[in-house]
Structure formats: structure tokens, C-alpha cells
Design a protein around this ligand. Structure first.
Ligand code: PEP
Ligand code: CO
Length: 444
């Protein structure tokens, strides 16, 4: 294998990187990031890898979810707790349906940069760089706001640290105690059509816990609180490089900005900078595989990124769409099987199902999302494989961005509370409903 270093990606073509006007300012920001403490630890990363090995083996299930893009302005107590609440509620539903432990990974504490299909945006004859997320530039449509600013990398690091600090404190003070799922209730959800079904599930889980503790005398940390891991698309390689470190008494290089970085579909080039960076880190990693990926490319990606077939190392997140999954997934499963490697199979039923309404609003239909999930479970089962997890864009807020669901949201409803500046997210109720469907699919 060729030599690797945290900066060796710099000699490869890097897709989707911002065009910073000043190399010196970028270097200064990256130097500072390099000196700042890590956001996560190697022990946590190793623990997640071990859990993901369970997801690959079928004894655990991965729930990865959160916003398409975090916003600096959303680094607030309410938004963070709502996100944790919906992920906790969903995981409770999955534990109950699938009768196996669930690993919770948030798309948070670093999910600030977005790939864009167009480098520039034109409005009324004025052309400016596209908005690439809060860690790159600002969404307002002026040259000043759209010019990439390396100091935003530092602001993103700080927001990520604040988010993780709050989440860790909440968890350690009992917020995520499985005995008190009532802590996770959202006020506006009391009148939800799903409230009764969810309450029954929560009660069954509490009942089982009580049984284990009273009758079997089991009582351990895992049962009192649950853990959360962080993840983001490792898009801005300067940021990732600066947090890539060696750690005493561990071998290899850890990306300590997050537990679980993934490569987005638009930056997954075999000879590109992202694959070069990822091949050298020891974190568990995800790759987003879309409909156009050839057998040869997938096999060679596994060669480079998963050479030792280490348990839990690689999660293959397929995002094929409700229409494409039936045709493409069986071939993808065959391709991976032919390599002899084990991966965590994870279904992202969001990114292959994005459509635009007649007025150009980006949305997704609940039925397409569930349709892709149903097919993914069935195809894995039919081919002797198993789906080890799901990857979902959601929010704990009461937004209207995706169509359908229990309240059957329509085109006109989207106008009411559409807040995403990038991809449409399932709202609280739709996310819980998806979890209930997944729980049933797991139980089949
Ligand atoms: C995303 O996860 O927000 C994303 C851009 O996904 P993909 O790379 O699968 O298109
Ligand atoms: Co997205």
C-alpha cells in the first residue's frame, strides 16, 4: 500500500471543496483547529466499531438520523433536546419491534457542510457561489455572505463541542434513562394520531425492564442510560485532517472530530481525495452508494477502504430510491458477497426519493420512504443477507417538509412550516411513524 498521512489527500483531486480566497487565512484556521482538543475519544470510537460489528452480524440494529444540515442558529437547548427525544423514541420502538439492542448515531455535532450540484447560483442576473452550509459560507445572497470563510470552520468546531457537551451532560444526568421514557415526550405530540400506539410500546419496554430487574436481578449501566454517537459527512477535508490524531496506547490514526464519518455519494471517487483520506483512519466509516455505482467500483472501494475485513469497519449506506432499489440492491448484495467482505448494510430511504412539487419545493413522499424500506428489508432477507440499519433525515420539530404520513400532508401543507434550507426532513410524527413501520418489518 502507498504511504498515508493525514494530509496525503491533498495530492488528489478533491471534489466539493470551497474556493477560499486566502490560503494563509485557511492555514491559520486549520492550525488553530489542530491545536484544539478532540471532540470525541478513541475509546468511544472503538466502542462504536464493536457495536457496528454487531449490526453487521445481525445482533444489533443501527439507527442513524438527524438533519440534512445542522445550522449554527439551531445550536439551542430546544432543538438539541427535541432531536434526542425523537431518536430515543424511535430507538425504543425499534428495540421493541426488533428485539435486539439499537445503536443510536446522530447526524449531529459536525454536520455543517453540504455538497452542491451547482457551484454557483444565479438570481435576477446576479451569479454568486452556492451556499455550502454554515461551516463554509452564509446563506444570504450577497458576495460577502457567499464568499467561503475559513473562520467558519472554527465556529463549526465550537458549535459541535457545545452540542456534544450538552448531549453528554443530559445523558449522564438521567435524560436518557430507559425507566423514564416520559422525559422524552414532546408537548405538541400529545394529540398525535400515533400517541396511543407509542405509549403502549413505551409501557411494554418499561414492563420488560422491570421484569429483568425484579425477577432476574439484572441491573447494569446499559439499562439505566443509553449512549449516543455522533456522525457527519466528512466533506471538508481540512477540518477532518486537523482533528486526525494518534492516541497513546492505541494504534493508527483516529479522526477525533466525530465517531462515525461518512463519504457522501458525490465525493466517493476511487482516486479522489476523500477516499484517500478515509483509507488511513481507523474509525468505523460509512459510504453512500447510489444507483449509478458499477460492480467494479464497489469492489475496488471495498479493497481500498475495507482491506482487512475488520468487523464493524465499513457501513454501506445504500440510497437507491423506491423505484430503483428492487433492481439495483440484489446486484449490489451479490457484488459485495463476491468480495468475501462483511459490511453493515444500512438503508437511506431519503436521498433516492427527493422530488420537486409544481412550484419547485424539494420534498419526499412518506410512501416512497416506507416503500424503499419495505423492499430493502425483503430483498436482504430473500438473498440471505440482512439489513443492519437505517439512515434517516428527520427533526424533532413540527415542520412540514415531507408529504404524506398519518396526517397526510399535501403540497399546500408544505408552505406552513418548511424550514430546511437543504433536504426535506421527516417531522416528529412522520419519524415516529417510520420507526413503527421499521419495528414491524424487523419483527417479521
Ligand atoms: C446527505 O446525506 O445529506 C447527502 C447529501 O446524501 P448523499 O451523499 O447520499 O446524496
Ligand atoms: Co440530505
Amino acid at each position: 500500500m502507498r504511504e498515508w498521512a493525514p494530509q496525503s489527500w491533498r495530492s488528489k483531486p478533491a471534489a466539493q471543496q470551497p474556493a477560499y480566497p486566502s490560503a494563509e487565512e485557511l492555514d491559520r484556521a486549520v492550525d488553530e483547529l489542530h491545536r484544539l482538543p478532540p471532540l470525541v475519544t478513541s475509546w468511544e470510537i472503538d466502542a462504536l466499531k464493536a457495536q457496528l460489528a454487531g449490526c453487521a452480524a445481525g445482533t444489533r440494529f443501527l439507527l442513524q438520523g438527524g438533519d440534512c444540515a445542522e445550522r449554527f442558529a439551531d445550536c439551542t437547548s430546544d432543538v438539541i433536546t427535541s432531536k434526542l427525544k425523537i431518536l430515543l423514541q424511535m430507538s425504543l420502538v425499534l428495540v421493541q419491534g426488533g428485539e435486539r439492542p439499537v445503536t443510536r448515531v446522530g447526524r449531529f455535532a459536525g454536520q455543517y457542510a453540504k455538497p452542491r450540484s451547482e457551484d454557483f447560483e444565479t438570481r435576477d442576473g446576479v451569479t454568486l457561489p452556492s451556499f455550502r452550509g454554515d461551516s463554509v459560507n452564509r446563506s444570504g445572497f450577497t458576495l460577502e455572505e457567499r464568499t467561503p470563510d475559513p473562520h467558519l470552520l472554527l465556529r463549526a468546531y465550537e458549535r459541535s463541542a457545545l452540542t456534544l457537551n450538552f448531549i453528554r451532560a443530559l445523558i449522564r444526568s438521567g435524560f436518557a434513562d430507559l425507566h423514564h421514557p416520559e422525559n422524552w415526550d414532546l408537548a405538541f405530540a400529545r394529540h398525535s394520531p400515533l400517541a396511543a400506539e407509542y405509549a403502549a410500546i413505551a409501557k411494554r419496554v418499561s414492563g420488560s425492564l422491570q421484569f429483568m430487574e425484579n425477577i432476574l436481578g439484572v441491573q447494569n449501566g446499559e439499562m439505566r442510560w443509553v449512549d449516543f454517537f455522533s456522525s457527519h459527512e466528512a466533506l471538508q477535508l481540512h477540518y477532518e485532517e486537523a482533528q486526525t490524531r494518534q492516541v497513546p496506547s492505541h494504534t493508527g490514526w483516529y479522526n477525533l472530530s466525530t465517531h462515525f464519518p461518512w463519504i457522501g455519494m458525490r465525493t466517493l471517487q476511487l482516486d479522489g481525495a476523500h477516499v484517500e483520506y478515509f483509507r488511513g483512519i481507523v474509525n468505523p466509516i460509512g459510504i453512500k452508494v447510489g444507483p449509478g455505482f458499477t460492480k467494479d467500483l464497489v469492489a475496488r472501494l471495498l479493497d481500498v477502504l475495507h482491506p482487512h475485513n475488520e468487523p464493524g469497519r465499513l457501513t454501506l449506506i445504500h440510497r437507491l430510491g423506491n423505484k430503483g432499489v428492487g433492481d439495483t440492491l440484489p446486484k449490489l448484495i451479490d457484488t459485495v458477497r463476491a468480495t468475501g467482505k462483511t459490511v453493515v448494510w444500512c438503508c437511506d430511504p431519503m436521498h433516492g426519493n427527493t422530488i420537486a412539487t409544481s412550484d419547485g419545493t424539494k420534498t419526499r413522499h412518506f410512501d416512497d420512504i416506507v416503500g424503499e424500506l419495505e423492499q430493502a428489508f425483503a430483498i436482504h432477507r430473500a438473498t440471505g443477507s440482512h439489513l443492519g440499519g437505517v439512515h434517516i433525515e428527520l427533526t424533532g420539530e413540527d415542520v412540514t417538509e415531507c408529504l404524506g404520513g398519518a396526517r397526510n400532508l399535501s403540497d399546500t401543507d408544505l408552505k406552513r412550516a418548511y424550514r430546511s434550507e437543504v433536504d426535506p426532513r421527516l417531522n416528529y410524527e412522520q419519524a415516529l411513524e417510520v420507526a413503527m413501520r421499521i419495528g414491524r418489518l424487523m419483527a417479521e
